[in-house]
Design a protein around this ligand. Structure first.
Ligand code: F6P
Length: 279
C-alpha cells in the first residue's frame, strides 16, 4: 500500500504543475459519461496511469476517462479506480478541483475496498487518505506532510444539494428545504471533491446527489466517485447511503455505473433514511 500512496503523491504533484501551466482547451473527445474531455483531463489521466504503472502490486486500473479497465500486472493484488480531475470544468473559473482514488484487493467490488484517497487542488493542495483511519496531508515545500486525523461530528451545519432542483423528487426538495429551515447553510461549488472536503473539515452536514427525473440513477459514478467517498466518510465516523442502503453494500455491474448518493454525519443521514424509507 505504501507504494500506491507514494505513486498518488507523485501524481498529485505533477497534476498540480499541469493545472498551473496547462492551456485548458477542450479536446475533440468525449469520455464514457458523454462529457467533452479537456486536454488537461487527458494529461492528468496519463500522469496517473504512468505513476501507477510503476507499482508492481497493481493488477488493474480503471479511469473515469477511459472506456475500459486496463490490466497492468497479472500477479498484482490491487485494483485501482480513479477520477484524474473531478470537476475539471471548474478550472476555467478558478474553483477547486480534485483527483479521487479507490483501492480494492482482488477486484472492483465495494466489499473489497481497502483504502480510498482524494487530493484537492485549491489555494493549497491537500490529500485525504483513508485506510483504517482518515488522515489529512498538506503539500508543503514539495512534500505531503501529515496534518491531522479527521473525525466527523454527529451533526453538522452545511447543506450541499446536488442536481437540478427542477428534476428533484418532491420529497427530496422538502427534505433539503427542511434542513435550511433548521438553520443549515448552503455550501455548493459543483466540485464533488471540494464540496465533500468542506463538510468533512467543518465537522459535518449533508452532501446529496439524488436520483432525478432526468437521471434516475444519479450522476456520480460508483467506482470513481461514490465508493471512494463512501469509504472515506465511513472511516471518518460518518455515513454514506443511496437513500436506503449503505453505499458500501452496493454492487457495480459496469465500471461506469452511477448511483444516487448521500454523504454526511449521523444526524443528517438519519433524516435521509426517514424521508427515503419505502420510496
Ligand atoms: O461528476 C462531476 C461533478 O462535477 C462532480 O464533481 C459534482 O459533484 C457534480 O458533477 C456536480 O453536478 P451538478 O452540477 O449537476 O450539481
Amino acid at each position: 500500500m505504501r507504494d500506491i500512496f507514494d505513486a498518488i503523491t507523485k501524481s498529485a504533484k505533477r497534476i498540480k504543475n499541469a493545472i498551473d501551466i496547462k492551456d485548458i482547451g477542450y479536446s475533440q473527445q468525449e469520455n464514457s459519461s458523454g462529457e467533452t474531455q479537456l486536454q488537461l483531463d487527458i494529461q492528468c489521466d496519463m500522469i496517473i496511469e504512468e505513476e501507477l504503472s510503476r507499482v508492481p502490486s497493481i493488477h488493474t486500473i480503471a479511469s473515469e476517462e477511459k472506456e475500459h479497465a486496463m490490466v497492468m500486472n497479472e500477479k498484482g493484488r490491487y485494483f485501482v479506480a480513479y477520477d484524474p480531475l473531478d470537476g475539471s470544468s471548474l478550472i476555467d473559473v478558478n474553483l477547486s478541483v480534485g483527483s479521487i482514488f479507490g483501492i480494492y484487493e482482488g477486484g472492483f467490488d465495494s466489499k473489497h475496498m481497502v483504502a480510498a484517497c482524494y487530493v484537492v487542488y485549491g489555494p493549497r493542495v491537500e490529500m485525504v487518505f483513508a485506510e483504517n483511519k482518515t488522515k489529512m496531508y498538506l503539500l508543503q515545500a514539495g512534500d505531503f506532510e501529515f496534518v491531522k486525523e479527521i473525525r466527523l461530528s454527529e451533526k453538522g451545519k452545511l447543506n450541499a444539494p446536488g442536481g437540478t432542483q427542477q428534476n428533484w423528487p418532491s420529497y427530496h426538495k422538502e427534505m433539503i428545504d427542511g434542513l435550511f429551515q433548521e438553520g443549515y447553510r448552503l455550501r455548493y461549488s459543483g466540485g464533488m471533491v471540494p464540496d465533500l472536503h468542506q463538510i468533512l473539515l467543518k465537522g459535518g452536514g449533508l452532501f446529496s446527489y439524488p436520483g432525478t427525473s432526468d437521471k434516475p440513477n444519479g450522476k456520480l459514478r460508483k467506482l470513481f466517485e461514490v465508493f471512494p467517498f463512501a469509504y472515506i466518510y465511513t472511516k471518518a465516523g460518518g455515513e454514506a447511503i443511496d437513500g436506503q442502503r449503505a453505499l458500501m453494500d452496493l454492487g457495480c455491474a459496469h465500471i461506469h455505473d452511477t448511483s444516487p448518493c448521500f454523504f454526511g454525519s449521523k444526524y443528517e443521514i438519519d433524516r435521509v433514511k426517514d424521508v427515503y424509507r419505502d420510496r
